[in-house]
Ligand binder design. Sequence first.
Ligand code: PEP
Ligand code: MG
Length: 753
Amino acid sequence: MAAQVAIRGPRSLLRQIREALAGGGPAQARLDMVVRIIALSMVADVCSIYLRRASGEMELFATEGLDTNAVHVTRMKPGEGLIGEIIRQGSPLNLADAPEHVAFSFRPETGESPLHGFLGVPLLRGGRAIGVLVVQNKAARTYSDDEVDDLQIVAMVLAEMVASGELITVGELEGVEIAPRKPERLIGSKFAEGLAYGAVVLHEPPVASSQLLSDDVAAEEQRLAAALAGLKAQIDKMLEGQSGLVDASYEVLESYRMFAHSTSWNRSLEDAVKNGLTAEAAVERVRSEHRARLGQARDPYLRERLHDLEDLNDRLLRHLSGDASVARDLPENAILVARNLGPADLLEYDRTKLRGLLLEEGSSASHAAIVARALDIPCVGRLSGLRDKVSEGDPVIVDAETGEAYLRPRPDVVGAIKARIDVRRQRQAEFAKLKDTPAFTRDGVKITLLMNAGLDVDLESLVETGAEGIGLFRTEFQFMVSEEMPRFNAQTALYSRVMDAAGGLPVTFRTLDLGGDKVLPYMEAEREDNPALGWRAIRMGLDRPALLRLQLRALIAAARGRPLRIMFPLVANVDEFRAGRALVDTEVAWAQRRGRPAPSRLDVGAMIEAPSLIWHLDALLPMTDFVSVGTNDLMQYLFAADRGNSRVADRYDPLSPPALRALEAIQRACAETGTPVSVCGEMAGRPLEAFTLVALGFERLSMPPAGIGPVKQMVLGCDRELARRGVSALLKSSAGSVRSEIETLARKLSLAV
Ligand code: PEP
Ligand code: MG
């Protein structure tokens, strides 16, 4: 047969592949045809396709040039040989002399010994390598950059064809891992309590495979250019809005702009379009490469850059679609899956359909987690490898009671979760009935149940739960979910809305508790070796009083002559409280000088979160109007265990003699001086812990809204005196934890905890 003249370039190659496949026929014959066409077009002696089996092995699926008996016989173990190397790196491997490479693995059954020139590219889908396409030559040769590019485009199209069943039908793909299909359980951390069952919605919209190849390169180039210009203009506008505000935030956006203008990013996109891809496919292709390359990076800086690039890609896709909004229409029972979510992203989705949230990264202090808790959307995070393990529409369970995700769960697991969801719903209905019942213990002690809040969306819970006020309003949340620093007016507006919604119920505003694990996207934070012990909360406020004073001014303005309660976080020393209180006085005087009303009543309090204060309560309490115990931080400092580090966060039990003695000392000192005291850490919202706090004498508990019902039910059944006696005996225990003893006590008192 006369040698055909190879037609160069991926467009003609892709056309040939499409034409050849148009005739149909069995899968194997079609794959064989594909490798033959590629070998011919690229003037290669060998062309082979390997696809990933569910076991992770790479199986030779088709070859032109190697011994065809090796097809479906040769399987490379995960990580084995050059194929394994390509999968591991997620990028092409271009070798003049393959046997020289350290990873080379010789497979006699393929008869490949005399082959030297080697070019392999991964078949990438959503940043995940599902196979490898290889061309080889007998002669030692290096493939040109153009050839590498061409083969990558072919590989991308092949990956989509394989995944969509266009090339091989689903039945024929049995065991090939295009999209994982096996049930899988991932263990992560619970970010927001609850249970949900639904269908996966990927946070980044996938590109339909039909749009991969363009019909009109010039038109596509124009679309890309317009979208890039739109993107750059958008970022410039963001920068303008920031100018003169905070130097640090300006720098962050500057570096973002640098990415958007980066020649290599722009050129990669333009090249991909020149080679015949649609603009959307070009974005996906470049994104896949970045993900595969940077996703492996251990350096947190590089991983952060990947996050920036992901965001940039998403923005560009939105510009291409002509619709700038993030959120899409959701199916009923949607479970949102994302690597991480940006500030306010979650708020853009339709809450009536969103049932749960699964995140690959994040921390329980991340924006998404905060908003998820506020919206009462169960959320599990830190699910390693999640994004690559699910496809759009996959059934999935969010078990945010245990911190797990079940991907494509078996029917019995679904049955069990549905039963648990029903039980939870019934219990919530019972709690709702208690909404207007005041929380008195059986022996007549009134326990005041307050809720913790921080965002507008929390305010609805005030009515729903029947909380008697807001015991902790975390003002930093507004800062954390904003794209830019909230100014005076924005702060005043939020505080007014909160006071209006509370309608006379007390609201305790905590001043900004930033730093530590709470960092702002627009404020450059200096890296600290020990952020939890670092420059945070009131320390930052006193060192940079402008920010704190602006906030105090906004609080006083929002009060408009109504009562105002202000509380300082992480006071570790009485002088800090004195200095904070003096700033409040200064701001009240400032308002009065301008003829504005002072609050009709002003209460200024301290959070007890640093153990140091426990031994200086005699000095602190007389100068405060109230105190609130932040047990989340108090426990972390008492036990020297980082609350954000899942390895140590649960290592120590607040229900242990040292913790309970510390709490008792605080309660006693407050009782003796008549200082109002509340507990506002998460433990106040857990019935067993709340029972213990009531036993220790605490009568004001502030907690996440979801805790109010269960805690009230506990209070209504509790005899405080009996509880007090039982718990005081346990304070003397020599056990490391007295949780089980307290459980026994509660059961003996017939409490549902
Ligand atoms: C605490 O530390 O217990 C507390 C309520 O404050 P935060 O959780 O916001 O640090
Ligand atoms: Mg705290």
